[in-house]
Design a protein around this ligand. Structure first.
Ligand SMILES: [Zn+2]
Length: 294
C-alpha cells in the first residue's frame, strides 16, 4: 500500500506541482489531510450538488459579463431605469437558462431537476443583474453618457474569470471578477455561503490576498483592496491589503510544498464538518480517482 502512495507521489511531482492553485492553498488551511489525499494521492470527492451549482453560477456570471458590452451599448437616453433593469434581468435570465441546460448531463447524473435548479438560482442571479444595471445607470446619469460612449468610459469595467499565475509566487488561480477603476484593480469574490458577523472569513481573506499578489505582479500595480460579495444576504465586505497578509500567503504556499513532500498521510483535522475526515481510514471507498469527469 505504502509503495503505491510513494509511486503516485513521485508521479505527481514529475507531472509538475511547481505552481499550486490558490484554491489548494485555501484547502490546506481547512484540512491538510484532505489536500494531501487530493494533491499527492490524486483522490477527488465525487461530484456533489453544491459543486455543480457553483460551476453553473460561475458560468452564468462569466457569460453575463461577456454580454455586458452589448447591453451597455443599448442603454440610450430614451430608456427609463425600469426598462434598463428589465433588459439586464432578461439577459441574465436567458444566460441562466442556457447555462443550466448546458449542464444537463451532470445534473442528470445527480438526479437534479433543471427547473428546480433554475428556480433556486433565479433570485441571486436577478439580484446581481439589478445591482449591475443600477451601477451602470448611476454612472450613465452622473456622466450623461449613453450607448457606445457610455461603454467606452464606463467605470468600473469588469474582468471575469481571469487566469493568472506567477513562478515567483509559485501560485496560480482564476479570479472570479476584477473591477477596473482606471489604474486601480479590485479583485472580487462572489460567495454563496453565509457572511461572518463582520469582515470576511479567514480563508476568503487568504484567497483574496493571494489574488492581490498575483495581480500586483501581472499588472505592475499595487492592489489596495479586495471585496467579497456574500450574495445570499447581498452584503459586500472590504479587505484592505497589508504586508501581514502577503506574509500569510507566502507561508501558506511554503506549507503546501512541504506537505506535498511529506511521506505520511496527515492526521484527521478534527473538524466535525470536514467531509473527507468523516470518511476515516476508509476514504478510498468514498473518493474517486483524478480521472473523474469534472
Ligand atoms: Zn479534515
Amino acid at each position: 500500500m505504502r509503495a503505491t502512495y510513494i509511486k503516485e507521489k513521485v508521479e505527481t511531482l514529475v507531472m509538475g506541482t511547481k505552481l499550486i492553485s490558490v484554491t489548494d492553498m485555501c484547502s490546506y488551511k481547512f484540512c491538510k489531510r484532505g489536500l494531501y489525499l487530493k494533491k499527492v494521492l490524486g483522490f477527488r470527492e465525487p461530484l456533489k450538488p453544491v459543486m455543480l451549482l457553483g460551476s453553473i453560477r460561475h458560468k452564468v456570471y462569466d457569460d453575463a459579463n461577456n454580454k455586458e458590452e452589448e447591453l451597455v451599448k443599448q442603454v440610450t437616453s430614451d430608456l427609463n431605469r425600469q426598462e434598463i433593469v428589465q433588459m439586464f434581468s432578461n439577459a441574465y435570465n436567458a444566460i441562466l437558462n442556457k447555462s443550466v441546460y448546458n449542464f444537463t448531463p451532470q445534473l442528470e447524473s445527480l438526479e437534479m431537476d433543471k427547473n428546480e435548479v433554475t428556480e433556486q438560482m433565479c433570485e441571486t442571479v436577478s439580484l446581481q443583474s439589478q445591482n449591475r444595471a443600477d451601477e451602470i445607470i448611476s454612472f450613465s446619469s452622473k456622466e450623461k453618457l449613453f450607448g457606445q460612449e457610455l461603454w467606452e468610459k464606463l467605470t468600473p469595467k469588469i474582468l471575469s474569470e481571469l487566469r493568472i499565475s506567477s513562478d515567483k509566487l509559485r501560485l496560480k488561480g482564476i479570479v472570479d471578477r476584477i473591477e477596473v477603476h482606471g489604474n486601480e484593480y479590485v479583485p472580487v469574490e462572489i460567495k454563496t455561503g453565509k457572511a461572518p458577523f463582520e469582515g470576511v472569513w479567514p480563508d476568503h481573506r487568504l484567497q483574496l490576498s493571494a489574488y492581490a499578489m498575483l495581480l500586483n505582479e501581472k499588472f505592475k500595480v499595487k492592489i489596495k483592496e479586495a471585496l467579497v460579495k456574500y450574495v445570499k444576504t447581498d452584503q459586500t465586505r472590504q479587505i484592505v491589503m497589508n504586508p501581514f497578509m502577503e506574509h500569510e500567503v507566502t507561508t501558506a504556499v511554503n506549507d503546501v510544498f512541504n506537505l506535498i513532500e511529506q511521506k505520511d498521510i496527515p492526521d484527521f483535522c478534527g473538524k466535525s464538518y470536514c467531509s473527507i475526515c468523516s470518511f476515516g481510514d476508509e476514504y478510498e471507498k468514498h473518493l474517486v480517482k483524478k480521472t473523474a469527469a469534472y
